[in-house]
Design a protein around this ligand. Structure first.
Ligand SMILES: [Zn+2]
Length: 295
């Protein structure tokens, strides 16, 4: 046996903590190594800008790790999975492990009372169905109305998003009957509110979690990379469907959480994908959490 393949090496994949009376569990669904930090995380930056930034933060260039962290929250008497990953629809062998990790964390798929979707990209919706059946048999599915309508219409879909549309039609559309549709500012359960963060996809949502005076913002894909997306919020993530709108949302949400000192979870932030946002001159800095949630 050799550990030369990264997939065979052990790494943290479960991080659980209390937020007020809620129990939050971050689960690593998978990760992928890429060779294109530029332009992947900042299409409108120069390669030199990104290479310099990588040097300052002591991260490699152009190699990067793009990871996928799903979150399960016990709140308001429910077990809620937010964006449960690719599941069997993972296009890469190093992702698609939500169910295994969920089980290692002590939950079954039957335990999930509700699945909340931030947007319709494959890493967020792929696991809605397994083998043509709902992956979470007891779960109500909660979806932004604007987001669902956009993909259901099938109009104005970029060429590179055609496979995303096909996946949406395969795993989300068949669930339409059991979906509860929401709008920004709607309360999903007591303690989870939808936050408008349009741009990364047409109806992309963030979620504000609140329990017993403690708050946490689920950024989802409002940010893509823990250095670049904060260093210059106007840099476009190559996976942003509407880069200009995404930048406006990114700046607004990051301004609010840095001002109000609300910790954040981001789906693509390095595991355990939780930290704090500090405002800098006209940008931000992400400070990964250490033990703040353990004490
Ligand atoms: Zn994503």
């Amino acid at each position: 046996m050799t550990n030369s393949q990264p997939e065979t090496l052990q790494r943290p994949r479960i991080y659980q903590f209390k937020l007020g009376d809620a129990i939050v569990t971050n689960l690593l669904e998978g990760h992928v190594t890429r060779e294109d930090l530029h332009p992947f995380v900042a299409t409108n930056a120069t390669a030199e800008e990104i290479e310099t930034l990588a040097g300052q933060y002591q991260i490699p260039y152009p190699k990067l790790e793009h990871s996928f962290t799903t979150t399960v929250i016990e709140i308001d008497g429910k077990v809620i999975a937010i964006d449960p990953g690719f599941g069997e629809n993972s296009p890469m062998p190093s992702a698609g492990f939500f169910l295994q990790t969920l089980s290692a964390a002590g939950y079954t798929k039957e335990d999930i009372d509700m699945v909340v979707i931030s947007h319709s990209h494959p890493d967020h919706i792929g696991n809605l169905m397994t083998g043509g059946e709902p992956t979470f048999p007891n779960a109500e599915v909660v979806y932004g109305r604007k987001e669902f309508d956009y993909w259901q219409s099938g109009k104005n879909i970029a060429e590179f998003r055609k496979p995303t549309l096909a996946l949406f039609q395969k795993v989300a559309l068949p669930l339409a009957d059991r979906i509860r549709f929401i709008e920004p500012d709607d309360s999903i359960v007591q303690g989870i509110t939808a936050v408008e963060a349009y741009g990364h996809s047409a109806g992309h949502l963030a979620f504000l979690i609140e329990s017993n005076g403690q708050k946490l913002m689920m950024l989802n894909d409002t940010v893509a990379h823990y250095v670049a997306s904060f260093a210059n919020p106007d840099w476009a993530f190559s996976m942003d469907d509407d880069a200009d709108a995404a930048a406006v949302s990114r700046r607004r949400v990051l301004t609010n959480v840095s001002r109000d000192k609300i910790p954040v979870i981001g789906f693509h932030l390095p595991f355990p994908a939780i930290g704090f946002v500090e405002a800098a001159a006209s940008s931000f800095v992400y400070r990964p959490a250490t033990y703040q949630f353990n004490v």
